[in-house]
Design a protein around this ligand. Structure first.
Ligand code: A3D
Length: 311
């Protein structure tokens, strides 16, 4: 079987790590694309990654480019093009610059690889994935945003840190937009099937939910210049792998809802089945009144940012 082609649009902090992880997981050959000003940087990263292979024992080819022709035939794009947050900034503050970039990227991807599966990471996520969808005109199963995977991973991490039990056995989900209004669904979180509500006090759980909502900002503050990249990269690779290997993983992703959870026409974090057809299904389930109210609040925030795209 021919190798898949995975292209990272944006070869910065997340893009470089995406390339490393995709190669290490042998998902296919990897292209790192960036603007002409960063061509040397992505060519250098690609060469460095090629030279890591003898120690790692895999044969993926990794190349760097700023030529759109080189992305032709791509099976999966992961888009991180844009600027990240600095301390004091909301994700929404990035809209002005990143929207222009996303329009350019969507137009070029449509031209070069109209059948590809596209995972968007650039912020403000829910508006950027919407912009990609609108500008590219791709069918909804080919477009998804990475946020819930990361936010849920953060929630899982904090629960594991609190209990001292393996993070591998913590399951939970975070719904809604990728902002401070996201909705950690604590009611359904478990450690090895045991409800966390039986393991952690309500007061501490509330603090863990609050920390989850601002977990990205906590790292932005520590860095002083830029945002998280290791966990965001791994989260998106999980999604790409589920597509490439048709795993049908159920991952919270920003998927286009058309009636699910009473959301219509917006990308928002919901449990999503990812398989060979891309976004195969959104798994709907009943929410409590409090969770519904939380989802409505986060939807309002998403609508506001999407309206600013004027798309
Ligand atoms: P950074 O290291 O600055 O990399 C971004 C790269 O995009 C740079 O190399 C730019 O040169 C490149 N770029 C700019 N314009 C274009 C273009 N038109 N075409 C191709 N490449 C271009 O940032 P990063 O990797 O740390 O973050 C990338 C994005 O991801 C930012 O918008 C972050 O806010 C966002 N992010 C999202 C999450 C989510 O969970 C959704 C988490 C962390 C970061």
């Amino acid at each position: 079987m021919a190798r898949k082609k995975i292209t990272m649009i944006g070869g910065g902090q997340i893009g470089g790590n995406l390339a490393l992880l995709a190669a290490q997981k042998e998902l296919g050959d990897v292209v790192i694309f960036d603007i002409p000003r960063a061509e040397g940087m992505v060519k250098g990263k690609a060469l460095d990654l090629m030279q890591l292979r003898p120690h790692d024992g895999h044969d993926s080819n990794i190349t760097g480019t700023s030529d759109w022709n080189d992305v032709k035939g791509t099976d999966v794009f992961i888009i991180t093009a844009g600027i990240p947050r600095k301390p004091g900034m909301d994700r929404e503050d990035l809209l002005g610059i990143n929207l222009g970039i996303m329009k350019d990227v969507a137009t070029n991807i449509k031209e070069q690889a109209p059948n590809a599966f596209v995972i968007v990471i650039s912020n403000p996520l829910d508006a950027m994935v919407y912009a990609f969808y609108k500008v590219s005109g791709f069918p909804k199963n080919q477009v998804v945003g990475m946020a819930g995977a990361l936010d849920s991973g953060r929630f899982r991490t904090f629960i594991a840190m609190e209990t001292g039990y393996s993070v591998q056995d913590v399951t939970c989900m975070v719904l809604g937009g990728h902002g401070d209004t996201m909705v950690p669904v604590t009611r359904l979180a478990t450690v090895g099937g045991v409800p966390v509500t039986d393991l952690i006090s309500a007061e501490r759980l509330k603090e863990i939910e609050d920390r989850t909502r601002v977990a990205g900002g906590e790292i932005v503050k520590l860095f002083g210049n830029g945002s998280a990249f290791y966990a965001p990269a791994q989260s998106a690779i999980e999604m790409a792998e589920s597509f490439i290997r048709d795993k049908k993983r159920v991952i919270p992703c920003a998927s286009l809802c058309e009636g699910e959870f009473d959301v219509n026409g917006y990308f928002i974090g919901v449990p999503t089945v990812i398989g060979a057809s891309g976004v195969e299904k959104v798994l709907e389930f009943s929410l409590t009144d409090e969770e519904k109210a939380g989802l409505n609040k986060t939807l309002d925030a998403v609508k506001k940012t999407v309206a600013e795209t004027e798309l």
